[in-house]
Design a protein around this ligand. Structure first.
Ligand code: TPP
Ligand code: MG
Length: 574
């Protein structure tokens, strides 16, 4: 290493050599991001990391500066979900890095590939008590697939490529690199810097696993009379949507979808099922679980018929058969495996085509019955607005180009049963960490990555408050989206449990938010805002927000005494 700048203190520019081909650590970061196809970083500035910004200018990487590091990390997670490429957040040492922890943790549970780069004091001040010094790598290790510091400028890009290799392998997830300010600021001769070349520093880990198991699964499925499949988030993460669609059509299997896989089949598709999941899981002879764990959302696998043949496909070997034995487990890429099974099945004839058709028909009838049964609840005309009516209006408003984001407690739980994305990749929720506050950062990432998409985000008033100041960032970068705040003035999902446990008189402690006019907040920051009290005004307000072409918030006063059925069962805590 040459020309170290370990004496440089925060705020003083690093000395740049005037001759010879040299490159600094920050510029090497930018080159590594470019090599990975990353065209934007989400960041909040700090003296430790400014050389990365300087590198981004040279590499044509956009710098989106936010108001809280949690937002930067969630946005990197969101960018990965929308693009299929890793997202990147850059934060400063100490509090910058700790602020980003929630975003990294969310990406960890959601299997979303992102790289968080955190600053650090100079090596020659190691453990001397430098400004903002913390053991970042130790802190990040349990919530990342890979966490390391970088100790030479020459290997900055190399370490980034290593982080990407780890983040993208198998079931993806976040990686963390701590890079000290001297490492970033130092200039080294270009020829001594390790510069992994795009497309040559990591291999695809897409696999079909054991081919014998693909055969066994094909056998099981061609002979099944009442099969069903649950397509989980990994189907979207691994971009297996087309293969999954082809699979359910060729094998004529009813499909349920959860998490990021919602919308794989659009509502109205003959193989799209939604309300009959429990019915199907109770009555199927074969249940195929693809790319989603047996976690709390699945009752830890205990809600599947005991007599059914249960098959699980997952990118992570640790997820297969966790919490519940399976008849057959396959570890590999969901799309690749489903494509292989569809191909193998087309060469075999099943014995049960007629029986299967009557199974599908019975499910369709049950689906229709349940839909009609709940329709009056979706159409409720009373004020304050019922959350189901709000969800219904949003669902009707969505187009085939609308990406829906849910960020909140009960108001979003209600919407989960009603809002149907119209295509693959058009649904975003935090995932199994259940993090409130992902809405604005996800909307930001989605609009940056896909400006052509309409983004509609439903917030709880509590959830919005956590990261809502970055609405201003949406305005500053001209990132229009349609925000809807289901405002019940409470953290209602928690309040319900308190009322049940401690009674009405003691139930409102620690969960009251006050009657905040979020429409005025939006206007104050330069966006579009209006409020709605009557359900009949919802649609016109949504249209006006769409027309405004601005970041918008429609503040909808919803019924504080409406609680989601899931909350009333308290299933999420069981
Ligand atoms: C970051 C974070 N903090 C706390 C919680 C716990 N929590 C779950 S739901 C909820 C209430 C959310 O209130 P709001 O967004 O207004 O939705 P509502 O239930 O009122 O519809 C809280 C606090 C969480 N999931 N995430
Ligand atoms: Mg609320």
């Amino acid at each position: 290493m040459t020309a170290t700048s370990t004496e440089v203190q925060a705020g003083t520019p690093a000395a740049r050599p005037t001759e010879g081909e040299t490159i600094s650590g920050g510029h090497l970061v930018a080159k590594a991001l470019r090599a990975e196809g990353i065209d934007v970083i989400f960041t909040l500035c700090g003296g430790h990391i400014i050389d990365i910004y300087d590198g981004c200018i040279d590499e044509g990487i956009q710098v989106i500066d936010v108001r809280h590091e949690q937002v930067a990390a969630h946005a990197a997670d969101g960018y990965a979900r929308v693009t299929g490429r890793p997202g990147c957040a850059v934060v400063t040492a100490g509090p910058g890095t700790t602020d980003a922890i929630t975003g990294v943790a969310n990406a960890f549970r959601a299997e979303s590939p992102m790289l968080l780069i955190g600053g650090q004091g100079a090596l020659n001040q190691h453990k001397m008590g430098s400004l903002q010094d913390l053991p970042h790598v130790d802190i990040m290790r349990p919530i990342t697939k890979f966490a390391s510091n970088v100790v030479t400028t020459e290997r900055v890009a190399d370490m980034c490529s290593m982080a990407f290799r780890e983040a993208m392998a198998g079931a993806p997830g976040p990686a963390f690199l701590e890079i000290g300010r001297d490492i970033l600021d130092a200039h080294v001769p270009l020829e001594s810097a390790v510069l992994p070349q795009p497309g040559h520093y990591r291999a695809s880990t897409k696999s079909i696993g054991d081919p014998n198991d693909v055969d066994r699964l094909t056998e099981i499925l061609v002979d099944a009379e009442r099969p069903c499949v649950l397509l989980g988030s990994q189907v979207w993460t691994a971009r297996g949507s087309d293969a999954a669609i082809d699979f359910v059509r060729k094998l004529n299997i009813p499909a349920f979808m959860n998490g990021a896989a919602r919308g794989t089949l659009p509502p109205g598709d003959p193989h799209h099922f939604h309300l009959t999941r429990r019915h199907a899981f109770n009555n199927a002879d074969v249940i195929l679980i693809v790319g989603t764990p047996f976690d709390f959302r699945m009752g830890y696998g205990k809600r599947l018929s005991q007599d059914a043949t249960v098959v699980q496909i997952d990118m992570d070997y640790r997820t297969v058969a966790k919490n519940r034995d399976v008849s057959l487990g396959l570890v590999g890429d969901p799309g690749a495996i489903l494509a292989e099974v569809a191909k193998a099945a087309s060469e075999r004839s099943g014995k049960s085509a007629d029986k299967r058709e009557s199974w599908l028909e019975s499910l369709r009838q049950e689906e229709q019955r349940l839909k009609e049964e709940r329709l009056p609840r979706l159409m409720r005309a009373d004020a304050p607005v019922h959350p189901l009516r709000l969800a219904h209006e949003i669902n009707e408003f969505l187009t085939e180009n609308s990406l829906f984001i849910g960020d909140g407690g009960d108001v979003v739980t209600f919407s989960g049963g009603v809002v149907q994305p119209k295509g693959p990749g058009l649904w975003m929720d935090p995932g199994p960490l259940g993090t409130l506050g992902v809405g604005v950062p996800f909307a930001m990432a989605a609009k940056v990555a896909r400006p052509d998409r309409e983004v509609v985000c439903l917030f709880g008033d509590g959830a919005f408050s956590l990261t809502g100041w970055d609405f201003e960032t949406m305005v500053r970068f001209d990132l229009p989206f349609i925000g809807v705040v289901g405002n019940n003035s409470y953290m209602n999902q928690i309040r319900y449990g308190q009322i049940q446990k401690y009674g009405e008189a003691r139930g409102d402690v620690g969960n009251k938010l006050g009657d905040v006019k979020y429409d005025e907040f939006a206007k104050m920051l330069g966006g579009y805002g209006e409020e709605v009290r009557d359900p009949k005004d919802l649609r016109p307000a949504l249209e006006r927000a769409r027309e405004s072409g601005k970041p918008s918030l429609i503040n909808v006063w919803i019924d504080p005494n409406a609680f989601a059925p899931g909350t009333m069962n308290q299933t999420m805590y069981k």
